[in-house]
Design a protein around this ligand. Structure first.
Ligand code: HEM
Length: 511
């Protein structure tokens, strides 16, 4: 029996009766909050009461009893089929409006204010408040967010600033290649590539953050690194559960919240340990009269007047953001390339033609590799690692798709659904990277937005893309990637992020 199921049953046992009245009450609260917030109806615009959607009870049933938490991406598709492009649903205590049409997603994002907010009721924020940590870029809001965003943007968003990381990242890619060779069985099979790529993701983002290596791709991985990876995994599983549980359930069933906090505790400790170590080395250099000139993100952060606690929280969040995102996207890329040998062959030819005898691509080479970029775009269309984004209209009520959304509505942007919409993409479930190169096939610009759009979009996008391009190009130079002869087709599942449901194993045959 799943933990969530036990949770609901226990709630029923404790209350001594069916949970139905509780669910009805939650439904009324959610609706009530929405209607009193706007209070009036503008001519021609519909209100939240008019919006279709499942009842609290049936959505909770889908979530907990029908494995809905791991199928949230599929629930987007089911939602569009049942209710059309806009519907409301209550996720635990939170009422959210789902928007699943590129035109409507654009309407929401074009109305965002000066300091866009993703989500107001995040358990991530609650944890930081509880422990007295500061917020990082993922969790901060308003002016506080703007200050760090502007600072990091200079080093993470400008193409020239990101190019400087290619040497560092290439050294991590070299270690990945060696690790793949080491992990192969005699038939060339590497079992569970995502776990190898997790370590690659963590080593990659660490190298950019600390300009030093932390041994994730060594043959024996340091224990604390393994624990960090485990903490991220468990934290993501617990994120949805803790958010879906109303706070009174946290008291009845403390385990999800306490496990969630333990994971964060370890992640903060891990980041702090590495930052302190790095800053100590710099201080020692300075004391010896040596010049200190860092080209890494922790250095830039520590050179400002921001409190050290803000540096800790930002580095923790950047470390976290760089692991699953890379691991999952790289796993799906190679999975799809192994199943489409003709695309793999074309891509390899493109890389070889640009490199002209070299084996290691540099950032500048990527500009001449349109198919490589199209492959990553297509992978992120099919498997957007963050399957739904969110916005809260904190400044004013807004009109979207003929509805008036009261101020402070949580709006879920269902871009998994839009990127699989047959009305937008022909053969939407098929891996066809050439669709991005065909000038006759144009798509609505908000139909596939895996990195988000606008002021609050992914700040790690350029680093992530560079890391993926360098890794894929080199893997194809070194190996022919083939499917596991005994493998099955793998579907995605939601674990806050979209990840492969089953282990992906692939053959890496020497070229
Ligand atoms: C394939 C890789 C990645 C994907 C698909 C991805 C996707 C996203 C998305 C959808 C958002 C939310 C954007 C929005 O609200 O509009 C986001 C935010 C963010 N991402 Fe990424 N990401 C990736 C890799 C990375 C990496 C490698 C880093 C770190 C270097 C990173 C750091 C961040 C941060 C800090 C934010 C919060 C930005 C803010 O609130 O200002 N991401 N990402």
């Amino acid at each position: 029996m799943t933990f969530a199921r036990r949770m609901l049953q226990q709630a029923q046992r404790v209350s001594g009766r069916s949970a139905a009245p509780v669910l009805k009450w939650m439904e009324r609260c959610a609706e009530g909050a929405a209607s009193t917030a706007h209070g009036h109806k503008l001519p021609g615009l519909k209100t939240l009461q008019d919006m279709p959607g499942p009842s609290v009870g049936s959505f909770a049933w889908d979530l907990f009893a029908k494995r809905g938490l791991s199928r949230l991406h599929d629930l987007q598709l089911e939602g569009v089929n049942r209710y059309g492009p806009m519907w409301k649903a209550s996720f635990g205590p939170i009422l959210t409006v789902h928007v699943a049409d590129p035109v409507l997603i654009e309407q929401v994002l074009r109305q965002e204010g000066q300091h866009p907010m993703r989500s107001d009721l995040s358990s991530w924020k609650d944890y930081r408040k509880l422990r007295g940590h500061h917020y990082g870029l993922l969790t901060s809001e308003g002016e506080e967010w703007q200050t760090v965003r502007s600072l990091l943007g200079k080093h993470m968003l400008r193409p020239k600033a990101v190019e400087v990381y290619d040497e560092t990242l290439n050294s991590v890619v070299s270690d990945l290649i060696a690790k793949l060779r080491f992990s192969r069985n005699p038939q060339g099979l590497v079992t569970d590539i995502a776990s190898e790529f997790y370590r690659f993701g963590l080593e990659g983002i660490s190298s950019v953050l600390f300009e030093s290596r932390i041994g994730c791709l060594d043959q024996v991985v340091p224990e604390e690194t393994e624990r960090f990876i485990q903490s991220i995994n468990t934290m993501f599983v617990m994120t949805l559960l803790t958010m879906a549980m109303p706070s009174w359930l946290h008291r009845l069933l403390p385990k999800p919240w306490s496990v969630f906090c333990q994971c964060w505790d370890f992640m903060f400790e891990f980041a702090k340990g590495h930052i302190d170590q790095r800053l100590k080395t710099e201080a020692e250099k300075l004391a010896r009269g040596e010049k200190v000139e860092g080209r890494y993100l922790t250095y830039y952060l520590s050179q400002t007047s921001m409190p050290i606690k803000t540096v800790y929280s930002n580095v923790t969040e950047l470390l976290l953001a760089g692991v699953d995102t890379i691991s999952s996207t790289l796993s799906w890329s190679l999975y799809e390339l192994s199943r489409h040998p003709e695309v793999q062959a074309s891509l390899r030819s493109e890389v070889l033609a640009v490199l002209q005898g070299r084996r290691v691509a540099e950032a500048a080479d990527v500009a001449h590799m349109p198919l490589l970029k199209a492959v990553v775009k297509e992978v992120l269309r099919l498997y957007p690692v963050i399957p739904a984004n969110a916005r809260v209209n904190t400044e004013k009520e807004i009109s979207v798709g003929g509805y008036l959304l009261p101020k402070n509505t949580l709006i879920t942007l269902c871009h998994f659904a839009t990127s699989r919409d047959p009305a937008v993409f022909t053969n939407p479930d098929e891996f066809q990277p050439h669709r991005w190169l065909n000038k006759d096939q144009t798509h609505h610009p908000y139909a596939s937005v895996p990195f988000g759009v606008g002021k609050r979009s992914c700040i790690g996008r350029r680093i992530a893309e560079l890391e993926l391009y360098l890794a894929i190009a080199r893997i194809l130079i070194e190996f022919e990637v083939k499917p596991d002869p005994e493998g099955v087709s793998v579907k995605p599942m939601t674990r806050t992020l979209l990840v492969p449901e089953n282990v992906i194993s692939l053959q890496f045959m020497e070229r």
